[in-house]
Ligand binder design. Structure first.
Ligand SMILES: *Cc1c(COP(=O)(O)O)cnc(C)c1O
Length: 393
């Protein structure tokens, strides 16, 4: 691959493996296994498989490898391992790295399933997990003590769109030799410079913007070749979290249009946020691309964008939020994000329902909070839908 290419070009061309037919669109190798030319070849491959030699789809597959190489090239990572879902990636990245007696410091504001891994699973295996408020550097400073093995956070949190200062936390982590593991889903590969900012490992749920059209589950762990091939791959290939070749093919094609889609979605998110800010039906509009966001400066420096999601606090608490959601005609009520279709979620009663009330309050998940994932529709239609629903409150 030409190292001079920009990310946008890499996202179209990197990683391609053409068969003898010279197909233009990436081939879908929908196969579990691979035949060997001889018993000797099978023996040799089990001893050491070279980069383009495959054994079994749980270990690797040519279509999956194309996706891994393409997203690694886009992210600027040495290597990548693709997984069946975003959660298989989070679990694999952490479980493969950690051992009993290790200490992990994590941001408190996490996707529900990430929180489950850190709060419920890792402690059962003797890993100490300490939670901090991700936006408060003094809490990171106090918690990231010598002996800390890893820090884990979402670079932009769900659903309140709080940022973690990647470079600052990475400085604290590297001072004690801790690995920086970043769940970068809300930032997307388009606005991510996490590795350059000091992250060691970046994780995506490809289910979100990378597919971008609400079809398939998938995930990926990106990092140094040594970590991906010697730590993550053995764990993943023996525990069964492989990405299906079909889903890999969908994600691979998704990467080709990712940059265009995500930038258009972010531009629309900013237009929507500007149109809604100050609306009497809303107590607050949370969007990192607005100067009113407390971390607007960090968002611009770290991502160069406010991203594709916003959150609004609807007046009238839960009843107001439900009236608003039920009055939307274009936005669909669902819990996914990053789709071409615009989506609305009420976190307090769905994705974050499990959390105790005090923790919801601490995280800013108020009864009126609605998360909006902005799609590819005409911005004026989206604004009209939202304003129309607000007028009915
Ligand atoms: C969706 C999501 C995940 C999990 O991804 P799946 O593909 O649903 O397993 C992890 N982290 C964040 C921030 C997410 O939004």
């Amino acid at each position: 691959m030409d190292k001079g290419w920009s990310g946008r070009t890499r996202a179209v061309h990197a990683g391609i493996r053409r068969s003898q037919y010279g197909e233009m669109s990436e081939a879908l190798f929908l196969t579990q296994g691979f035949a060997y030319a001889s018993a000797e070849q099978a023996e040799a491959r089990f001893l050491k498989a070279e980069a383009d030699e495959f054994i079994y789809a749980r270990y690797g597959n040519p279509t999956v490898a194309m996706f891994e190489d393409r997203i690694a090239a886009l992210e600027g990572a040495e290597d990548a391992f693709a997984t069946a879902s975003g959660m298989a990636a989070v679990n694999g990245a952490l479980m493969a790295m950690l051992s009993a007696g290790d200490r992990v410091v994590a941001a408190r504001a996490l996707f529900g399933s990430c929180l489950y891994i850190l709060e419920e699973i890792l402690p059962r295996f003797g890993v100490e997990v300490v939670f901090v408020d991700g936006a408060d550097l003094s809490q990171w400073q106090a918690a990231v003590t010598p002996g800390t093995r890893a820090v884990f956070f979402e670079s932009m949190s769900n659903p309140t769109l709080e940022l973690v200062d990647i470079a600052a936390v990475a400085r604290l982590a590297s001072a004690v030799g801790a690995q920086v593991v970043v769940d970068n889903v809300f930032t997307t590969p388009v606005f991510s410079r996490a590795l350059a900012q000091g992250a060691d490992v970046v994780i995506y749920s490809a289910t979100k913007h990378i597919d971008g059209q609400g079809r398939c589950l998938g995930g990926v762990v990106l990092g140094r070749r040594e970590y991906i091939r010697k730590t993550v791959e053995p764990y993943m290939k023996h525990t069964g979290g492989a990405l299906s070749p079909f889903n890999a093919w969908v994600m691979l094609k998704g990467l080709e249009t990712l940059d265009l889609r995500v930038r258009a979605q972010a531009d629309t998110a900013l237009a929507v946020a500007r149109a809604l800010e100050g609306d009497p039906g809303l107590d607050r509009v949370i969007y990192p691309g607005l100067p009113s966001h407390p971390q607007h400066g960090l968002a611009m420096a770290q991502m160069g964008s406010g991203g594709t999601l916003l959150a609004v606090d609807v007046a009238g608490r839960q009843a107001g939020a439900f009236r608003f959601l039920n009055a939307l005609r274009l936005f669909q009520i669902t819990n996914n994000l990053g789709d071409a279709k615009s989506l609305a979620t009420h976190p307090a009663t769905t994705t974050h329902q499990r959390l105790p009330e005090a923790q919801k309050a601490h995280l800013g998940i108020t009864p009126g909070l609605v998360r909006l994932s902005i799609g590819l529709e005409d911005p004026d239609d989206l604004i009209a839908d939202l304003q129309g629903a607000l007028r009915l409150l």
